[in-house]
Design a protein around this ligand. Structure first.
Ligand SMILES: CC1=C(CCC(=O)O)c2cc3nc(cc4[nH]c(cc5[nH]c(cc1n2)c(C)c5CCC(=O)O)c(CCC(=O)O)c4C)C(CCC(=O)O)=C3C
Ligand SMILES: [Fe+2]
Length: 337
């Protein structure tokens, strides 16, 4: 298997080159990069993402072995070492001819799906088509019952942190990474636009339903790009201000858009949004991410089983299933995103 992720710096000197890789060819102003670099420097220039991914990979190896698949799990990233190009080179050298790819995003859309297909195609091209293994990316999993259950339990546990009086008035707020509206215009697997945000709304609906909460909000966070370019809104901090004017005493924030506690979670939520809530005198609890729940690893095992044994997909949303393609054939060609 190839475990494909975003990548993150592991020391102060790696922060700038990492950010330059992430934003190459994108319209992200240098001031935004300075600001984001600062966020990483609060943590000694080390993103938690690689450590979290390595932990999941260890559990995944046992999960696969438990299902009778003695498979090596290789680690490759889009933006930082180990870079996916180098990993696919190593796989070729090890004689791997075919691999399933788990990409660490639950979503369709450009950043969460299509760009991972581009990473696969780029890595294979770098190695050479004749030597490169066939790489089959597993599907989007935003509505997998184990993903939904992990998020739902996290929300229930977050509510339990409030005393009874606060809990009754607490508002449930789901958050995911914002994207430019231009990315949202691209048609999804069903030919309609806003594929990513519709999936985020589906996850939120399914998690809220599992928890038994009828009213909730879906908001966005961590936007970059120049202010003149429109991104998905409202931003979580603006939303907290609005809830405050509506006299909402407390919030449970579910980072359903993130599979692990990486920097957008530990900085943008645990510092910025938490500080905003404190300023407003609002109770604030952030639910944990799905990646810390053993069901997340079981879900990856399930996705593999679905592929290898041809099980029917376990999915809860009526939206069409998408995101699986071979060798980075752009998902569009296969009716994806
Ligand atoms: C939808 C989405 C996800 C969720 C789906 C998925 O997981 O794939 C996601 C995840 C992540 N985003 C991450 C980090 C960053 N994202 C950036 C920039 C951007 N993200 C975008 C979208 C998304 N991003 C977009 C449209 C941009 C603008 C530039 C561009 O079009 O590419 C920048 C540049 C600086 C900035 O402007 O913030 C950084 C540093 C990390 C790693 C964190 C860590 O180190 O722990 C992770 C997991
Ligand atoms: Fe991002």
């Amino acid at each position: 298997m190839l475990y494909l992720s975003f990548g993150g710096p592991e020391g102060p000197e790696e922060v700038r080159p990492f950010l330059e890789n992430v934003t190459r060819g994108r319209n992200v102003p240098p001031e935004r990069l300075d600001e984001v670099a600062e966020h990483y420097h609060h943590f000694g220039g080390v993103s938690p993402i690689n450590r979290l991914n390595r932990e999941v990979m260890v559990s995944l190896t046992s999960e696969l072995a438990g299902r009778g698949w003695d498979l090596p799990v290789y680690f490759g990233n889009r933006n930082w070492h180990p870079l996916v190009e180098d990993t696919v080179e190593r796989m070729a050298a090890d004689g791997v001819r075919r691999a399933l790819v788990f990409a660490t995003s639950a979503w369709g859309g450009y950043s969460g799906c299509r760009q991972y297909h581009e990473d696969i195609a780029r890595a294979r091209a770098a190695v050479g088509q004749d030597r490169a293994p066939d790489l089959v990316k597993l599907r989007q999993f935003y509505d997998h019952p184990l993903f939904v259950a992990a998020n739902a339990d996290a929300v229930t546990n977050a509510y339990a942190e409030f005393d009874e009086a606060t809990r009754a008035g607490a508002r449930l707020v789901f958050t995911a990474h914002s994207v430019p509206l231009s990315a949202e215009e691209r048609p999804g697997a069903d030919g309609r636009s806003s594929w990513y945000s519709r999936q985020v709304h589906e996850s939120a609906r399914l998690v809220a339903e599992a928890v038994g909460v009828a009213d909730y909000d879906v908001v966005w966070q961590s936007r970059s790009g120049p202010p003149s370019v429109p991104w998905l809104e409202p931003d979580i901090c603006d939303h907290l201000e609005r809830l405050h004017t509506e006299k909402v005493p407390a919030v449970v924030v579910s980072p359903v858009g993130f599979v692990s506690d990486h920097l957008e979670v530990v900085w943008d939520l645990d510092n910025e949004a938490a500080e905003k809530a404190q300023e407003l005198g609002m109770g604030y609890v952030r639910a944990s991410t799905a990646g810390t729940d053993p069901r997340y690893v079981r879900m990856i095992g399930d996705l593999v089983a679905e592929h290898v044994e041809g099980h029917q997909a376990r999915k809860l949303s009526p939206l069409v299933q998408a995101g699986c393609a071979t060798n980075g054939t752009l998902c569009v060609a296969q009716g994806c995103c």
